[in-house]
Design a protein around this ligand. Structure first.
Ligand code: SAM
Length: 278
């Protein structure tokens, strides 16, 4: 008999944002595997959950824990993985464990709930039909500049996590790199001081600069480039798709040709090659 690994989402601020199933699961499993046991204990106390912690799974210790946790799962134990806030694995530890558990034949079940990226996106008033989640923005200024250069042709809304200490510098980079885009800074989502600052990078940067230092947790959202991805000549695209079909080209080769020969952005080329959308 093998056990089960549950990936349980917790609140991102407001402690009431927890599902009934999350509470039931956390009560019923044999162990809870937390990123930081002290942080998780606050949520567990609120819902009178007395399940023992197995240990913490903070990022530095993750690889060392995986083998012992998979061993427990294989011996039939049920374990709930949680992170400090929101959904585990989303800019949080857990991926090596899920991969190893699945490879060992263990059933992995999501118990879905809050994620800051999605909560911020749906209230941002930026298009939410397709979006690019960048995770946490790179610490290095030059890497952030590189990323923003790539976003010049990105048609989807970009969602990213950014530290409040770097936010002003990031906004300054956007003032120069993507000045015409609408952006949103979603701060302290679901908490007492929740706010959504909307406008062009210069507007949002000015508002925050007037306040002095930026506090609280932030999600940065950047509107997609209007018309990006639509600049490909439809006749050329049709011809290339027909040629790929006749010659029996692999999806991978077609994807490369779309990028190299027609200048289609990589993500769009992937969609066209794999899903046939043009
Ligand atoms: N696993 C989490 C999730 O599902 O959203 C994300 C964890 S990541 C280490 C932490 C980052 O998420 C923060 O630095 C911030 O950018 C964002 N974040 C988390 N909670 C937030 C909140 N209530 N409001 C705004 N951003 C938040």
């Amino acid at each position: 008999m093998t056990g089960r690994l549950y990936i349980v989402s917790l609140p991102i601020g407001n402690l009431s944002d927890i599902t009934l199933r999350a509470i039931e699961t956390l009560r019923e499993v044999d162990y809870i595997l937390a990123e930081d046991t002290r942080t998780t204990k606050r949520v567990l106390d609120r819902y009178e959950i007395r399940t023992p912690f197995y240990s913490s799974l903070y990022e530095g210790a993750e690889d060392g824990r995986v083998r012992s946790v998979v061993g427990l799962l294989q011996s039939g134990k049920a374990i709930a993985l949680v992170s400090d806030a929101g959904t585990p694995l989303i800019s949080d530890p857990g991926f090596p464990l899920v991969r190893a558990a699945v490879a060992a034949g263990v059933t992995v079940c999501p118990v879905p709930g809050p994620t800051a990226a999605i909560a911020a996106l749906v209230a941002s008033a930026l298009p939410a039909d397709r979006f690019l989640f960048e995770g946490s923005l790179p610490r290095k200024r030059s890497h952030r500049m590189e990323l923003f250069a790539q976003l010049r042709r990105e048609p989807r809304t970009t969602v990213a996590y950014e530290s409040p200490h770097r936010l002003q510098e990031t906004l300054d980079l956007l003032v120069h790199g993507l000045p015409e885009r609408n952006i949103v800074v979603a701060r302290e989502v679901t908490k007492l001081h929740e706010e959504f600052l909307r406008g062009h990078p210069a507007d949002v940067a000015r508002t925050l600069a007037e306040r002095g230092d930026v506090r609280g947790e932030c999600v940065l959202l950047i509107e997609g480039a209007e018309g990006a991805g639509d600049t490909v000549d439809p006749l050329k695209l049709e011809a290339l798709l027909a040629l790929a079909h006749d010659e029996g080209l692999s999806k991978k080769t077609l994807e490369k040709l779309l990028v190299v020969a027609l200048g289609v952005p990589k993500n769009r080329a992937f969609e066209i090659a794999h899903r046939g959308g043009a």
